[in-house]
Design a protein around this ligand. Structure first.
Ligand SMILES: O=c1ccn([C@@H]2O[C@H](COP(=O)(O)O)[C@@H](O)[C@H]2O)c(=O)[nH]1
Length: 604
């Protein structure tokens, strides 16, 4: 772990089940290679993960099973380690590449900016060579316009110990927000490609389909159906991401999918037993047993990313766990963090502000802080200071909670990593402008059928409800409170009895998935989760007498322009992109850090 990170706490643990073929899975790490400094259960860093994987591979070798490492993208954006350097990712790419990942693919965050697409193309793909798979993603050379696969479309290889013949593919969901030097092919089109149709007729021992795809999105279903149509008997293991949730889904008795959370909080574990290799299948045929009889068994665990759990699962301890390689990488992270001055303090948060652990609006809710305190101060165009205005942003633009205490350079990027600034449409009749926020929050179908799916403004966890989310108690409450759903860990352990042999439960993920509710490796106390709106709004410089203004400036974070224009049109405003202007200089990230340094001056 990094110097200064809180130590993990003891907790009741569930063991890992090993099979013939085993996997460790990371996804949506978003630059959190240093781990979580303030949350004990997620405080291991990338160096620790390297040591962990080393011991687990060793264990696999000893027992003659296989272990593969998977990563399903969104490795960047969301932490100072990536975002604070110029150019972005100066240290991140090299540190990440120290882990020996066996199958790796791309996420949407690698594709938002031309720069990060180039880095993927000229750095990550060469770093991982034949391990990188890009089944529906092309790179487009900005100079020549030449379009070609970002990496190989699939990977076929034999596992080290069992000699399983594996065919692996790597997808990204049908993402449309990618920059022009990339091309994402819709999955429904990829499955019609000749190479795909030929491949799925092969008879490997197992297909491993990885993707930056939420398990409840349709892309994996399309792939599963296309594959099963031509290949009834080959097991398929899916690894997904993007939705930032722990989840597992069973497609049929031979196919299983898991997703492993976000931000280096979770390391996914899947094991498969009962896979038959070619020789065994032939033997069965001799005994007149048909190959239909192959029924693999799948298990999954969501490992909390901390050293207590890593010691537990490897049977090691403080003196026997670290490898030289792991220690070297932890040191490199520390050096990078210092070079980037990530601990530089901008201010002291007077309390915790939660994204979804507190209801919106409420005094502990981070979005309430933004609408009530930050926006009124920072959303100002000097020439239009006195003009009444509504200022809008999407809740997905905020990525993490603010904890009481030091708010650092690192925290700034953790909370607000994007480079979005503010635009506006001047002098919109208020009777038109006032309808926009409701359309963004509840006019889902109207906007979505017009190509602006409002789910994609919200935090990823809310985009595709999982079984955890379904476990609701107050179904008709607009600010739905969900009990027992997965939420990050809190230090609110009021059961502490100080008894280490029988550790008290600490708040954290209590995942429910298609296999049940015993997936988390750590038994947690559930935390509350409140659904948040897709977008929030401040009304600024409105008439003091409480009357409605005639017109307002509609100011919005640039990311939501594709929703704002149709919402204005549905509200009766005849606006197009041509009416949009820049409102002020500076990104949300910059405005936020400036506000904090001016307003949270206390000691911590
Ligand atoms: O510039 C941006 C980019 C993204 N968002 C929000 O993030 C989610 C996607 O998050 P993932 O990590 O890819 O799951 C997107 O739907 C937006 O809500 C943003 O606000 N600004």
């Amino acid at each position: 772990a990094q110097p200064g990170a809180v130590k993990p706490v003891a907790a009741p643990m569930r063991d890992l089940t090993w099979g013939q073929l085993n996997f460790l899975h990371t996804t949506d790490t978003h630059g959190w290679l240093g781990g979580h400094f303030q949350e004990p259960q997620y405080s291991a860093d990338w160096g620790d993960y390297i040591s962990f994987a080393h011991h687990m591979r060793h264990q696999a070798d000893e027992q003659g099973s296989d272990l593969l490492l998977i990563d399903t993208g969104d490795r960047i954006e969301g932490n100072g380690l990536y975002d604070a350097s110029v150019p972005k990712g100066l240290f991140q790419y090299g540190i990440y590449a120290e882990q020996d990942v066996d199958i790796i693919c791309t996420g949407n965050h690698e594709l938002y900016q031309p720069y990060s697409i180039d880095r993927e193309h000229n750095t990550t793909v060469p770093n991982f060579k034949d391990k990188y798979v890009a089944s529906n993603l092309d790179y487009v050379d900005p100079e020549t316009g030449h379009q070609y696969p970002m990496a190989q479309r699939y990977r076929r290889f034999k596992t080290k110990n069992q000699g399983f013949d594996v065919i692996a593919m790597g997808f990204i969901f049908d993402f449309t927000g990618n920059a022009e030097n990339s091309f994402v092919q819709r999955v429904e089109d990829t499955v019609k490609e000749g190479w795909f149709q030929d491949l799925i007729r092969e008879k490997p021992d197992i297909f491993v389909v990885i993707g930056h795809v939420g398990l409840r999105m349709e892309e994996f279903e399309i792939l599963f159906k296309a594959m099963r149509k031509e290949n009834w008997h080959t097991p398929i293991a899916f690894f997904g991401g993007h939705a930032h949730v722990r989840d597992a889904r069973k497609f049929d008795s031979l196919s299983f999918a898991m997703a492993s959370g976000r931000y280096m909080e979770t390391i996914g574990w899947m094991s498969i037993d009962g896979i038959k290799n070619k020789k065994e299948k032939e033997k069965d045929k001799g005994k007149d047993v048909t190959i239909e009889a192959v029924t693999p068994t799948f298990t999954r665990r969501y490992i909390d990313n901390n050293l207590y759990g890593m010691y537990h699962h490897t049977g090691r301890n403080e003196s026997s766990f670290d490898t030289e390689h792991g220690k070297r990488v932890s040191k490199a992270i520390d050096r990078a963090r210092q070079a980037l001055n990530l601990d530089a303090k901008f201010g002291c948060a007077p309390q915790n502000y939660w994204m979804s652990r507190a209801e919106y609006p409420s005094k502990d809710n981070l979005y309430t802080l933004i609408t009530d305190e930050i926006f009124p101060d920072v959303i100002v165009n000097e020439k239009r200071r006195d003009k009444p205005r509504v200022a809008l942003m999407n809740t997905g633009g905020i990525r993490f909670d603010i904890f009481k205490g030091a708010f650092t350079r690192d925290t700034t990027y953790i909370v607000s990593p994007f480079i979005s600034g503010f635009r506006y449409i001047p002098d919109v009749p208020y009777k038109v402008a006032q309808k926009v926020i409701d359309l963004l929050n509840s006019g889902g179908r109207i906007l979505s059928t017009n190509g602006a799916d409002v789910r994609f403004m919200a935090i990823p966890e809310q985009m595709y409800p999982t079984p955890s989310m379904m476990r609701m108690e107050k179904e008709d409450d607009p600010h739905l409170e969900l009990r027992d759903v997965q939420k990050p860990l809190g230090n609110d352990d009021d059961d502490d009895d100080g008894d280490d042999d029988n550790p008290p439960l600490i708040g954290g993920y209590t995942t429910k998935d298609d296999l049940g509710d015993d997936g988390d490796d750590t038994v947690h106390k559930p935390l509350d989760f409140y659904m948040q709106p897709n977008a929030i709004q401040s009304e600024i410089a409105f008439p003091e007498d409480g009357s409605d203004p005639e017109t307002v400036d509609v100011v919005f974070i640039d990311f939501i322009q594709p929703w704002i224009i149709p919402a204005l049109q549905f509200s009766g405003g005849d606006y197009t992109e041509d009416d949009v202007q820049s409102y002020m200089d500076g990104t949300l990230t910059y405005k936020l850090s400036k506000w904090i340094s001016e307003n949270w001056k206390g000691e911590c």
